[in-house]
Design a protein. Structure first.
Length: 268
């Protein structure tokens, strides 16, 4: 869906005016099945094996408006209007890279991590369905989710075109999954939660460049510089990270100050 639009992907976490967009956000209510403190994220869906953010988690701009993909928690709920997309997009690439299947239980969302599983309730008639997020959209101010034809048809949205809905985050599927494993979702996320956050401020093919940068920013605003010896696309890269961030939010705030052009968050 998003690939049919003129989209410019931003490379850093800057300029986002709101975490949740223009629609309503309701704080999660704790429950025994989906405790609110439990992260509905799998590290493989947010970060690449080398620690970089997946492209689908970077801010992007559509029609002059910037959207910031964000981490959510199990039990988070949202409300707004749902729409759907069907035959015109069937078989075309989604933002996640997989082909759009109008008969699969999937949906597009502006900011949720790819493969987030949500329960969609049509508040106009009480019908419910469960979908997996695999695309970006809908890029209409008042809408929060674009359902596949099958999902929309299941809860009466296809017949009307749009409907009032609430979304509840149930869990997270592995990034390689194309189906929804509801038994695994009910058990909660099985992969570890990110505990350490860094900000990458440089990447070098030569160790000398990384060493110079580390020394220059050895103690920058109370954060320490470290060098990570990594491999990317069959090339050895020496990455310079700032460490000492207590949370992802703190790292985001640091990046927003604009100290280092092109910097981004690393989670481990």
């Amino acid at each position: 869906m998003i690939k049919t639009l003129a989209v410019s992907l931003a490379l850093i976490f800057t300029g986002c005016t709101t975490r949740y967009g223009s629609y309503s956000y309701h704080p999660p209510k704790p429950s025994q099945k989906y405790p609110s403190e439990q992260l509905a994220m799998s590290s493989s869906n947010v970060y690449k094996p080398n620690g970089e953010l997946h492209a689908t988690m970077r801010p992007y701009t559509v029609f002059g408006k910037e959207y910031c993909p964000t981490v959510v928690r199990v039990g988070d709920t949202f409300s707004g209007r749902a729409s759907w997309y069907g035959n015109d997009f069937h078989g075309k690439s989604t933002s996640s890279g997989e082909g759009y299947d109008m008969y699969a239980m999937t949906a597009a969302h502006k900011t949720l991590p790819m493969n987030t599983v949500v329960r969609v309730t049509n508040t106009d008639n009480g019908s419910q369905t469960v979908v997996r997020i695999n695309d970006r959209g809908p890029f209409v101010e008042t809408r929060i989710i674009d359902l596949s034809y099958a999902a929309a048809n299941a809860i009466g949205v296809a017949q009307k075109g749009t409907a009032n809905v609430t979304l509840e985050v149930l869990g997270f599927e592995p990034s390689t999954s194309r189906t929804i494993n509801m038994q695994a979702i009910a058990k909660g996320p099985q992969e570890r939660v990110m505990n350490n956050f860094y900000v990458q401020i440089g990447s070098f093919e030569r160790f000398e460049g990384a060493s110079y940068t580390k020394q220059k920013y050895a103690s920058f605003h109370s954060y320490s510089a470290i060098i990570k010896d990594t491999e990317y696309n069959n090339k050895r890269l020496f990455r310079v990270w700032l460490s000492g961030f207590k949370s992802e939010a703190e790292a985001r705030d640091f990046i927003s100050q604009g100290y280092f052009k092109g910097s981004f968050i690393i989670g481990e």
